[in-house]
Every structure is written in structure tokens, then in C-alpha cells.
Write a protein that binds this ligand. Structure first.
Ligand code: ADP
Ligand code: ADP
Length: 226
């Protein structure tokens, strides 16, 4: 799924009534099948841009177009992974992963098999009956990624999904993510403030600068795949 962001701006109104401009006239194109990282310091508007693409937030002006359609709200074709996992605490790992499938197409059996496929892929077999509070951070993040991928989104948006993990686990999941991307034929957009993470993951790094009037710069980088 390709993404086009056209002159998109976003202002938030704080409780004091003052407007905070989080994004200012951003132009951006992401091609179908790309793995793009949005890189920039904290507060420069990365999360906001990702939420506009997801349809979780609405642009104050300008537009976001995904696969030729103007984004007006969230959709299952666009998966979103939050930094804090956002798992359902009252559901087991298996139920969390299968949750979004309920409303989708396919038979009960097909859905169960799809959920089991992702449980195996993320080596969550032994944890499948556990509840989120019984999981480590790395496990929780695996479940969150599996839950998103289970819906087979054409576009996967990830907001610093590995920020809470220790360095070893982070590296392992980074490697898993690249393998998944190579297999799934989807567009991945990954927000990070970690330069090394962006270089390891991305086909292309989009650098966002917090300077007024120079909010965004785009730096294409050619990386050989291992
Ligand atoms: P980043 O993801 O790069 O850290 P954000 O998109 O979270 O940046 O935030 C960009 C700016 O917008 C920051 O100044 C932040 O405080 C502000 N902001 C983000 N979300 C809100 C909100 N819901 N209400 C008010 N201000 C917000
Ligand atoms: P990030 O890790 O992307 O920098 P933040 O910690 O800035 O995220 O924001 C966490 C959440 O709080 C987000 O949903 C964001 O929209 C919201 N938020 C950020 N800044 C503000 C703010 N100044 N006022 C209200 N909500 C905010």
C-alpha cells in the first residue's frame, strides 16, 4: 500500500487553549513494499505523522492518501503497533492474537489456523495460554506484533515498538522484523529516535527535524541486504 502525505499540518490544542504545531506542511511519499524509518529527536512530530497515516488523528490541513483513497479514519488494512503494546489484559496471548480476526472474512477454522501460524512464527506456543501481566516486555512486544500481522495489513505502522526492550532482545526482534517484511510483501513504516536502529531496518530513512521552517528532510539511503 503506497502512502502520500500532502502538505499535512497538525496543531494540538493544549488545556491552556494554546495551539501547539506538531507538524507543519509535511510532504511525503512512501512506495508500496518499502520499509521506511521516520527518524528524529523526541517531540519532532514522528508519532503525530504516524497517527495521521493511521487515521487515528486528523490533519488540521492537507491530506493523507493511502492506496489512492483519502484517509478519514482507522482501517484494518493499516495496522498500528504502539510503543506500550496495548494488549488486552483480560485476554490470553492466543486470544489477543486472534482478536482482530473475529470480524474478518474466512471460516472459524481458517482463522484459528492463521492465529496458530503467527503463534508459531513468534515462538509463543508455550505462552499462548498466559495473560499479558504474566509476560516479559519482549514477549509482550512479540504478541503485539503478531496480533497486528495476523490481520495481514498491507501497511504496518510502528511507533517505537522496541523502545522498552533491552539491547539483546531489541536486536533479535529487529532481525525478525526484517525477515517478516521480506516475506509479507507489505509496506512497513517504523518510527524511531535511534539512528542505528533506523540504519539497520530501513530501505529509506526519512529524517524529521524540529527546526521551525525545516520540519522535514528526506534522505534516501542505499543499503545492501544481508
Ligand atoms: P515525537 O513522536 O517525535 O516524539 P509527537 O508527534 O509525539 O513527537 O509530538 C510532537 C509535538 O506535539 C510535541 O511538542 C508534543 O508535545 C505535541 N503533542 C503530541 N500529541 C499531543 C496531544 N495529544 N496534545 C497536545 N500536544 C501534543
Ligand atoms: P513519543 O514516545 O512518541 O514521544 P509522547 O510521550 O510524546 O510519545 O506521547 C505519548 C502520548 O501522549 C501520545 O498519544 C501523544 O499524542 C500524547 N501527548 C504527547 N504530548 C502531549 C501533550 N503535550 N499534551 C497532551 N498529550 C500529549
Amino acid at each position: 500500500m503506497d502512502v502520500e502525505v500532502k502538505r499535512a499540518s497538525k496543531s494540538y490544542h493544549s488545556s491552556g487553549g494554546k495551539a501547539v504545531e506538531a507538524l507543519s506542511a509535511i510532504d511525503l511519499t512512501i512506495s508500496s513494499g518499502e520499509f521506511v524509518c521516520l527518524l528524529g529527536p523526541s517531540g519532532c512530530g514522528k508519532s503525530t505523522l504516524l497517527k495521521l497515516i493511521a487515521g487515528i488523528e486528523t490533519a488540521s490541513s492537507g491530506a493523507v492518501i493511502c492506496a489512492g483513497e483519502v484517509v478519514v479514519g482507522p482501517s484494518t488494512g493499516r495496522g498500528f503497533i504502539f510503543q506500550d503494546y496495548s494488549l488486552f489484559p483480560w485476554l490470553t496471548v492466543r486470544q489477543n492474537i486472534a482478536f482482530g480476526l473475529q470480524r474478518g472474512k474466512g471460516t472459524k477454522r481458517e482463522k484459528r489456523e492463521l492465529a496458530e501460524h503467527y503463534i508459531r512464527l513468534f515462538e509463543l506456543e508455550e505462552a499462548a495460554g498466559l495473560y499479558p501481566k504474566q509476560l516479559s516486555g519482549g514477549m509482550s512486544q512479540r504478541v503485539a506484533i503478531a496480533r497486528a500481522l495476523c490481520l495481514q495489513p498491507k501497511l504496518l505502522l510502528m511507533d517505537e515498538p522496541f523502545a522498552a526492550l533491552d539491547a539483546m532482545l531489541r536486536q533479535k526482534l529487529q532481525e525478525e522484523l526484517v525477515r517478516i517484511w521480506q516475506r509479507e510483501n507489505a509496506t512497513f513504516v517504523f518510527v524511531t529516535h535511534d539512528v542505528e536502529e533506523a540504519i539497520f531496518l530501513a530501505d529509506r530513512i526519512i529524517v524529521m527535524s524540529p527546526r521551525p521552517g525545516a520540519v522535514s528532510a528526506i534522505v534516501p539511503v542505499q543499503l545492501p541486504r544481508p
